[in-house]
Every structure is written in structure tokens, then in C-alpha cells.
Design a protein around this ligand. Sequence first.
Ligand code: HEM
Ligand SMILES: *[C@@H]1O[C@H](CO)[C@@H](O)[C@H](O)[C@H]1NC(C)=O
Ligand SMILES: *[C@@H]1O[C@H](CO)[C@@H](O)[C@H](O)[C@H]1NC(C)=O
Ligand SMILES: *[C@@H]1O[C@H](CO)[C@@H](O)[C@H](O)[C@H]1NC(C)=O
Length: 518
Amino acid sequence: MWTSVLAVIAVLVATQTVQFLFNLKKVSYLPGFRTLFSQFSVFGAAIPTNYFHPGLNWIWKWRHTVYDYYGTRTISYVPFIGEPVIWTSSMEVAKQILAGDPKLIKAPSALVPLLLWGDSVLTANHEAYKKHRRVVGPAFSSNTYSLVARETVRWYHEMVEGENWIKQGNFTIDSMDQSMLKFTLGVLSRTSFNYRYPWSNSTDNTGVPFERALTTILTMKEVIIRLATPNWAYKLPIERLRRVDDAYSKLGALMRSFVTSKKDELASTTEDMEPLRSDLLTRLVSASEAEGKNGLDDSEVIGNVFSFLFAGHETTAHTVASALALLALHEDEQEKAVKAIHEALPDGRDPTFDDFTKLDKVLACFHEAGRMFPGGAIVTRDTIDTFVLKVPDEKGNEDVLVVPANMRIMIDMVGIHYDPRLFPDPERYDPSRWYGVHNETDLTYFGLGPRACLGRKFALVVAMSLMTCLLRDWKFTVPLKPGETKEQWRERIMQGKYAGLGFGVHHIPVKMTRRVKA
Ligand code: HEM
Ligand SMILES: *[C@@H]1O[C@H](CO)[C@@H](O)[C@H](O)[C@H]1NC(C)=O
Ligand SMILES: *[C@@H]1O[C@H](CO)[C@@H](O)[C@H](O)[C@H]1NC(C)=O
Ligand SMILES: *[C@@H]1O[C@H](CO)[C@@H](O)[C@H](O)[C@H]1NC(C)=O
């Protein structure tokens, strides 16, 4: 009995070893991690980053050392059990990968949480991508951006009112990132889905707050639980699973209700009543009713609704929250931004989309936070055919790396944005790096190439409007513990990680004091 068990184990280990050696060859013996499990397996994600197990967070924790350690910015990750991948933090290599070559795709297996509802502009490839892009692209117009600025400002005033901030005068927000998550979700649902709820007591008719349904789903843990659990298990009386399942069905129902009410609205308006025809939901729903190659099926409509909530919500919220925290740490930079606001809007009025270019110094504060904590920290592509990369070594000589088909390449956007050759003294918060940068394609934290962020301008308009109102009305400072220095506060609080599906700083407390109106 025991001998046969041992024999089976020996055979398994032997085949796995052969596979492992084959995988090392597959990555052309690039230096890098050799581990037991893949970092994206259930085990891999559960164990925190340590010497033997890089885990999920090595791109942050080892950002200053890992590429020097291996002597190259393009490395491999070969687990004993699981698929090998290539990682790069080289801007030159990333540009080649994201230049739009059809041999590199967004692989469904890398996008599982996004595909739960349906294919979308975020997940599709080749011809299917063109179809989605034709439908949603025109929703990003200056009409939309004017609406986004208007609704952001309105929502800001509702937040100030709902939180009773003016009466309090000065106070500490426990978690600026949580407040901003609530904020950006409201902006997205108002402007993209015409769904409004009040700042306070924002429950739907079933009593579950919309933002809670969404944020429950959008956490890595819940997604892993959802994916690892067979459907029948949800019938068991396990509280945790029930909560996950409940949130999924609530969000599904809500997204479908957006679509149904838009369908009704479109059916009851005549051509000459033409409402704002270019908003995202109108375009999606109209396209679902169109035939042929512009048509989207029902799952694709919901897939796109979810993709926009997903892509736009956490990313924008975390970037605004960390920008405010960094400005609280760097009061000189905060005062520069406030001065720029007074110059652009001397009468202290609320900003509109027309003020966008005048407020570029406020945006520079956002860009610099986006560099230091890029919301899309990992960008992946898979080869579907052999692909040849030119990989520069430290001396600037070019090596050729032949990547075989079916290989995943992961672009480490944290690594790129802390490369001292591109961003000298990368730990320094220095918004002036972005002064005079007006071309969106230079904002690398939104990705590179033809599939860089479609919501760039949308995010920037939200940031410009919200940060202008906040910095105009409030002075931000850091709530230090007794005896703590700002440096220690930064070390304690300003750490990036994946929690939720996006990368960012979590649980940022900030102090707000009302600025006296001049
Ligand atoms: C600071 C905020 C944001 C950051 C850092 C960010 C980052 C990114 C990145 C890095 C990509 C490229 C992914 C890839 O190449 O695989 C991307 C794509 C995308 N983002 Fe954003 N994003 C932000 C805000 C938004 C907003 C507000 C929206 C929508 C309203 C949005 C919608 C999209 C969409 C639809 C794509 C896919 C584009 C395509 O494949 O053609 N994003 N984003
Ligand atoms: C903050 O508010 C408290 C009372 O609410 C007041 O005593 C204190 O002076 C205020 N501090 C600042 C800096 O405004
Ligand atoms: C929100 O709901 C709570 C409890 O249901 C209630 O006490 C509070 O007055 C409500 N607030 C507003 C602004 O309606
Ligand atoms: C932005 O830069 C890209 C690439 O460098 C260039 O192709 C494009 O024309 C520029 N756009 C503007 C508005 O200057």
C-alpha cells in the first residue's frame, strides 16, 4: 500500500520536474523567480510576500530592488506547479508589447472576473474589439465631459451636505479612499447610466446600498471565492458564500434594470424628442437593438456596463485619495495647487469642463499620484504566435528574446513608474514632472498604445472638478500619531497593494480644515 502511494508521488514529482525544466526553456532561461506555486493560484494569493514566496505584492515591496537583483528589467516567473510567465518593467519592452500587434491578445483566462457578465470593450480582441469600440467610443465626447464636470461638482456639494462637513469645520476622515470610492461610483452611475441615488442612505428598494453590492464583488478575495466555489455550494447555509452570492445577484439585477429602463425610455421617445443620444448606456442599448456587425447581445451590453463600473471606479477613487494624502504630506505642493485654483477661478466659483486646461497644475498633482500608485498596476497580454522582442540590457545593447506562442507577459506598471532613468528620484512626490504634459498618450499610468485607457479624459475631468472643489474649500493635513514624523506617517500609510481588484493605498486617514473664504 505505502509503496504504491510513494510510487505515485515519485511519478508526479518526476513529471512535474520535466515540465518545470521545459518551462525554464520556454522562457529562454531568463533570470527570475522560481517558486512552488504560481502567484495567482489560490495558495499563491493567500501567502503574503516573503523571501521564498513573492506573493501578490512583490511589485510594490521590491520595486527598488528586484530588477537590479536579477540584472535585467525583463524577468521570468517559473513556478514548479503552474504556468510560467514573463514580467517586464522596461518601458521599451512594454511599448513593443502594447503596440497593437495582433499576435498579442487579452486572454480570457487573464480576465476571468471581468468576463463573469459578458465580453466587453475591456476584454475583447481583434474584430470583436472593433465592434465594441465602435459602439462605446463615441460616448467619450466633449458633451459627456461637460456632463461629467457638472455632475462631479453637484455630487461634491451633496457629499459636503450629506457628511455635514461645514458645521464640523475641521475633522479627520478615517479612510479617504473609501469616501472616494463612494464618490466615483456615484459619478459613474449618474453620468454613464443615468442612475441617481442620494449621498446619504443610498439603498435601492431591496435595502442593500448600491455601492456595497458593487464593492463586495470587486474584491480579489470575493472573486477568488466565487470562482473557486461550485454553484451548488451557494445553496449551503454558509454566511460568507451567501453574502458573495447575494451581492452578485443584486448587482446583476441592478445592471439589468439600467438596461430595461433605458429600453423603455428609448421606445417611448420619438426622434424629435432626441435626448442626449451619445451617453454610454444609450449607445449600448441602441446597439443591442441594431442588427449585424454593430449589434451587441444582452450579455455584451451587461458586460460593458460592468466593465465601465469596474475600470472607472476603483482606479479613479484610489488615485484621487492618494493625491490628496500626498498633498497633505507636501503642504508646499498643496499651496501651489491652491494658488493655481485661485488664478484660474478668481471668484471662487465651481469649475466646469471649459476650465480643464487652466487647471493643469491641479491635474499634475493627480498624474504624479497616478505614477506613484498606478491603478492599473499589472497589464497582461498573451502570445498566440511566436513573438520577437528586442530587450535592451543595462548597457543599452539589444538582445533578442523569442517568446513562444501561449506565453503570458505581465507588464509591471509600478516597476516602470519607479525606473529612475525615466523618473529620477522616483520616491519624490513631484507634480512638476507633469507640468506642460498635455498629450494624453504621455500619461503612461493609463497604459500604452492603442488599447490604453479609454476613460482617460473621463477620469481627468472627474479629478480636475473634484480636486479643485476640495482643495479650494479645505486644507488637507496628515493626522500624525503622538511623536510621529511625516516620514514615519508616509511609511506607515502610503503603501500600495492589491485589495479589491485595483491597486492603490488603502485606509488613508486625512485631516480636513475648512479654508476661510477670502
Ligand atoms: C486614474 C484612473 C484610471 C486608470 C489609472 C486607468 C488605467 C487603465 C489602464 C492601464 C488600461 C489599459 C489596460 C490594458 O492595456 O490592458 C485601461 C483601459 C481601460 N480603461 Fe481605464 N483607467 C482609469 C480610469 C478609467 C475610467 C474612469 C474609465 C471609464 C469611464 C476607464 C475605462 C477603461 C476602458 C474601457 C479600458 C479598455 C480600453 C480598450 O481596451 O480599448 N478607465 N485603463
Ligand atoms: C477645530 O474645531 C474645534 C471645535 O470643533 C475647535 O476648537 C478648533 O479650534 C478647530 N481647529 C482648527 C484648526 O480650526
Ligand atoms: C438615514 O437612515 C437612518 C436610519 O435608517 C436615519 O436615522 C437617518 O435619519 C437617515 N438620514 C437621512 C438623511 O435620511
Ligand atoms: C500625442 O502624441 C502621439 C504620439 O507621440 C502623437 O501621435 C499625437 O499626434 C499627439 N497628439 C497631439 C494632440 O498632439
